[in-house]
Design a protein around this ligand. Structure first.
Ligand code: CDP
Length: 220
């Protein structure tokens, strides 16, 4: 089968990861969660007591960083210095840190290099903020997923509770999302934005199956 690259971008909680995973499964492609990579950088910085906005410090950290992506079944695992940190990167503190380190060009350049390498050899459904605009401008299909802020916060909150993270209120989740929406859209280097040739889908009132079906129909 021909190699295919699909880019799914959009703000936090729009359903990118759940949908990208399902689409990847249907197409026999791998799912690459690029957000997890920025989260891993943030986790390392936080563990070292660093400020996640410290460009110089983080750039140095990046030069010695060991991040590996592994797929176990349809699940992506992320290894930081050979430690599986897939769970540890899901806290609100790491979310904010990820958004901060993601604004640092040196970080993005390194992450994008890894992402492009994977896409060059494998069929991949990649989700993130800049996949259609910057990482894979020649992707076969680009989707931009959105949903109302209330819906996105509710989805993310439910997902966290299902994962056993019960100490974060819905209000805090919404505040985190509002902060990251602003931070991710306003940075200079590869901000969150819809590619001109991306298909925009507002998923507020759509079921998962409807979104997945629509994307598969667009693949053709
Ligand atoms: O899953 P969620 O939408 O909450 O976030 P994520 O995809 O795990 O991404 C975490 C943070 O990493 C985002 O808020 C962005 O700042 C950053 N990110 C990015 O800048 N570019 C990407 N391709 C993916 C994530």
């Amino acid at each position: 089968m021909k190699k295919i690259n699909i880019a799914i971008d959009g703000p936090a909680g729009a359903g990118k990861s759940t949908i990208a995973k399902l689409v990847a499964k249907k197409l026999d492609a791998i799912y690459l969660d690029t957000g997890a990579m920025y989260r891993a950088v943030a986790l390392k910085a936080i563990r070292q007591g660093m400020d996640t906005k410290d460009r110089e410090g983080i750039s140095l950290l990046i030069s010695k960083l060991d991040i590996k992506i592994r797929h176990i079944g349809s699940e992506q695992h992320i290894l930081l210095d050979d430690e599986d940190v897939s769970k540890e990167i899901r806290t609100p503190e790491v979310s904010i840190g990820a958004s901060n380190v993601a604004a640092i060009p040196e970080v993005r350049i390194k992450m994008v290099e890894i992402q492009r390498e994977i896409a060059a050899t494998t069929s991949v459904v990649m989700d993130g903020r800049d996949i259609g605009t910057f990482v894979l401008p020649g992707a076969d299909l680009k989707i931009f997923l959105t949903a109302s802020i209330e819906e996105r916060a509710a989805r993310r909150h439910k997902e966290m509770i299902e994962k056993g993270i019960t100490h974060v209120s819905l209000e805090e989740v919404q505040k985190d999302i509002v902060f990251r929406d602003r931070n991710d859209s306003s940075r200079d280097f590869a901000p969150l934005s819809k590619a001109e040739d991306a298909v925009e889908m507002d998923t507020t009132k759509m079921t998962l199956d409807q979104v997945v079906e629509k994307i598969i129909s667009l693949v053709g």
